[in-house]
Design a binder for this molecule. Structure first.
Ligand code: GDP
Ligand code: MN
Length: 387
């Protein structure tokens, strides 16, 4: 799960990281008042969307007066921002963060991610903040510092200081820089984050070390024990089909292709994706309806797939072990009574009660293409698009 910049900053500040003064606004008047409240002579108006690279997309506006803050807010609110991270569909700006502008002396990069191969947390830092870590890796790879943190031990003072020294931070700021880096680490490990990225981490003209921008992502499987994190979820920033699916207990990931899938079991779903690719097709989604998918769940799955306009054919692939093919077949028949499917439907049933399942489908007179094996199903789905 991703959260907004202002939420991530609040978290970091609770862990001792300094952030600029700021406040959230939902209207231009609100924003103008916030600017006066914050005080100072310069403000930054920041579009809150679940994406970085907002600056290049016009989502970060520097303002000289509270009136300009109101105008910038008016311009951004309700607007769709397309960044190089959102995909062409972009993301809608529903919240604006107003911040006192910082006079920047130096922009640094600080990121924390999981390093699964070494089962540790990797801290990545660079003197070239402001640009994306991918750009830094391409243009200034020699500036990148990596520090591996053993999870069982946690980040030690000396490691944080080493990173700070590596960033060329002046002696009198090392202590504060180390506290900042440790604060980010603690936020990461204590809240089950999967990513914390402060870009830029800046040294101001007044020699403050500030998190000027922050992105945080969290482990969905740990949200049950992180109430203060899970309540930060903003569904308006997520793929609407994925939200629909997760609200209904379906394991769904939207993909780019045009073959919609309804499959029971994550492993079978993965194998089906491979088979579709092998047959020359592209899956429109990953959808695991679960081992014991009830007819109701199958109906929900059909609803979900039929909401996706990319889908040109639907492939149902069920291997019933715990499940029973006759239940699934009943679910399919019920679904097709409720929802009008305008694209070809390929169904492959195998396993427990397969004869009964196929019989239900045949007797229902629904219009579908039968397949016996996974390979046959994938080939027939790809072929059905061409027809
Ligand atoms: P992003 O484009 O989504 O990563 O948004 P950021 O919050 O990182 O802002 C992009 C860039 O705008 C930063 O790298 C800074 O160069 C600039 N910027 C953001 N806030 C301030 C500020 O308070 N003062 C100044 N001078 N520049 C800022
Ligand atoms: Mn940034």
């Amino acid at each position: 799960m991703d959260i907004h910049e202002y939420q991530a900053k609040k978290i970091l500040s609770d862990f001792g990281v300094t952030i600029p003064r700021g406040g959230i606004a939902y209207s231009p008047e609100n924003a103008e008042n916030k600017a006066r409240e914050i005080g100072g002579t310069k403000w930054v108006v920041k579009a809150q969307i679940h994406s970085g690279a907002r600056g290049k997309a016009g989502g970060i506006i520097l303002c000289d007066t509270p009136l300009a803050v109101a105008q910038a807010t008016d311009k951004l609110l309700g607007k769709k921002l397309v960044t190089n991270q959102t995909g062409p569909e972009g993301k809608i700006v529903n919240r604006i963060y107003i911040e006192e502008a910082t006079e920047i002396k130096k922009e640094l990069y600080l990121g924390l991610v999981f390093d699964r191969s070494s089962e540790s947390i990797m801290v990545v830092a660079s003197t070239e903040g402001g640009m994306s870590v991918e750009e830094i890796a391409k243009q200034k790879p020699e500036t990148i510092i990596r520090s591996k943190i053993e999870v069982a031990v946690g980040m030690q003072q000396f490691q944080a200081r080493e990173i700070a020294f590596g960033l060329g931070i002046e002696a009198q700021l090392i202590r504060r820089a180390a506290e900042t880096i440790i604060g980010c680490y603690r936020a990461f490990s204590e809240l089950d984050a999967t990513m914390v990225e402060v870009n830029p981490l800046v040294i101001s003209n007044q020699d403050q070390i500030l998190a000027l921008d922050c992105k945080m992502s969290f482990d969905n499987n740990a949200l049950f024990r992180r109430n203060q994190v899970s309540e930060l979820r903003d569904k308006t920033q997520e793929n609407s089909n994925e939200v629909y699916a997760s609200d209904r207990g379906l394991n769904y990931v939207s993909l780019e292709g045009n073959i919609g899938n309804i499959i029971n079991g994550a492993g079978l779903a993965m194998a089906s994706m491979d088979m579709i690719k092998l047959a020359g097709g592209e899956p429109a989604n990953f959808l695991d309806v679960g081992g014991g998918a009830t007819p109701e769940k199958i109906v929900k799955a059909f609803k979900l797939i039929s909401m996706d306009e990319k889908v040109k054919v639907i492939l149902v692939n069920i291997f019933a072990g715990i499940n029973r093919c006759d239940w699934v077949a009943e679910g399919i028949v019920q679904a097709l009574q409720k929802i009008e499917i305008k694209v070809p439907l390929v169904i492959r049933l195998a396993g427990t009660n397969v004869e009964k399942g196929n019989q239900i489908l045949k007797e229902s007179k629904i219009n579908y293409i039968e397949a016996k094996t996974l390979e046959e199903a994938a080939n027939k789905a790809v072929k059905a698009i061409g027809n």
